[in-house]
Design a protein around this ligand. Structure first.
Ligand code: AFP
Length: 324
């Protein structure tokens, strides 16, 4: 099994980007260690604080954010970072080549039940003409990503990574502290019979999603002529990992539960990197009306509707949106 560096070199990744990815992964290895210690390390549970988005922060959210932020800002190749846990962007090296957006610990409420969580990240080139302290650095479409991925802290710690040349999985060998390539050329099957959606929000969805899911549930005798299964991990990182491994459709659609918050998932550090991974693996990622990688962001904590996964199934779901 190959280590990360030779794989990246083979994919034509330049030395600065390679060093950025390896630096980020040193923090992820430390997060993996803290996560695996669980209650023994006294790091589970909530803090007294909320993040900018009004969500209660877990102790591990804060620790993970600090670890990643510190290593990236000291790397010398990062001009600025944007994190789910930071109010605004944080400036790094004015001459840094890259900007990094990340969700340090996606699905952190799953720490309470010892279930899947992960770090999601997106890397873009830093525009030279915008200052390191200007959030406008980050207002680039997802197509501009030069690398995207996640580290999943599960029974094993896994990295899913794309640098624009397909998707590879690596597994952390905890005896040597190295990520080793365990799957190259990850492909999302085009068809699926598995959907992932928080069904408890059903009454709040728009008609297009109501009709699509209602037809899925009708099974073999319904218009989609298939018996579907349902899965919901409550951490996008876990649900997307399943989609990359065996196909499926994952969606967090628009809803009317809270009129001030029609969408749940964040564009820069959740939807965009996952969309790049899914597209690089032959799948599709849309809001229902627009490809996620073509959205022009207007602010760093922007939220969007997400429908992603197996190409043919996502297209079926999109056809309900077109009809609506
Ligand atoms: P956090 O990053 O705040 O832990 O939220 C996780 C998440 O945004 C996403 O990963 C899940 O798909 C979604 O929330 C689950 O939300 P609900 O199950 O509460 O609807």
């Amino acid at each position: 099994m190959r280590q990360l560096a030779p794989v990246l070199r083979q994919d034509g990744v330049n030395s600065n980007l390679m060093s950025l990815i390896q630096t980020l992964l040193t923090a992820c290895k430390e997060i993996s260690f803290h996560v695996s210690q669980g209650d023994l390390a006294g790091m589970l549970g909530a803090t007294a604080d909320e993040n900018i988005q009004g969500e209660q922060q877990k102790k591990l959210d804060v620790i993970s954010n600090q670890l990643i932020k510190d290593v990236l800002l000291e790397s010398g190749v990062v001009k600025a970072i944007a994190s789910e846990e930071e109010d605004t962007t944080v400036a790094g090296d004015e001459n840094g080549d890259y900007i990094v957006s990340f969700d340090p610990l996606d699905g952190s409420s799953n720490t309470d039940i010892n279930s899947l969580i992960g770090t999601i990240f997106s890397v873009m080139k830093a525009p030279k003409d915008i200052a390191a302290n200007d959030p406008a650095l980050f207002l680039q479409k997802g197509r501009a990503q030069v690398a995207a991925g996640y580290v999943l802290y599960g029974p094993s710690t896994m990295l899913a990574l794309t640098t624009g040349n397909g998707v590879r999985f690596f597994t952390l060998d905890k005896t040597h502290g190295e990520f080793l390539e365990t799957h190259s050329n990850v492909q999302v099957p085009k068809d699926t019979k598995e959907f992932a959606i928080n069904m408890s929000n059903q009454r709040h969805w728009q008609p297009a999603m109501q009709h699509y899911i209602a037809d899925c549930i009708k099974g073999e005798t319904g218009p989609l002529a298939k018996n579907y299964n349902m899965r919901w991990i409550a951490a996008m990182v876990g649900d997307v990992h399943r989609v990359l491994c065996r196909g499926g459709i994952f969606t967090y659609p628009q809803d009317t539960k809270n009129p001030n918050k029609p969408y749940k998932l964040r564009l820069l550090y959740e939807a965009m990197p996952m969309a790049m991974l899914v597209e690089q693996a032959g799948g599709l990622a849309s809001t229902g009306y627009e490809n996620i990688l073509d959205i022009q962001p207007s602010e760093i904590h922007q939220r969007v509707a997400v429908i992603l996964g197996s190409k043919n199934e996502v297209e079926t779901c999109l056809s309900y949106h077109q009809k609506a």
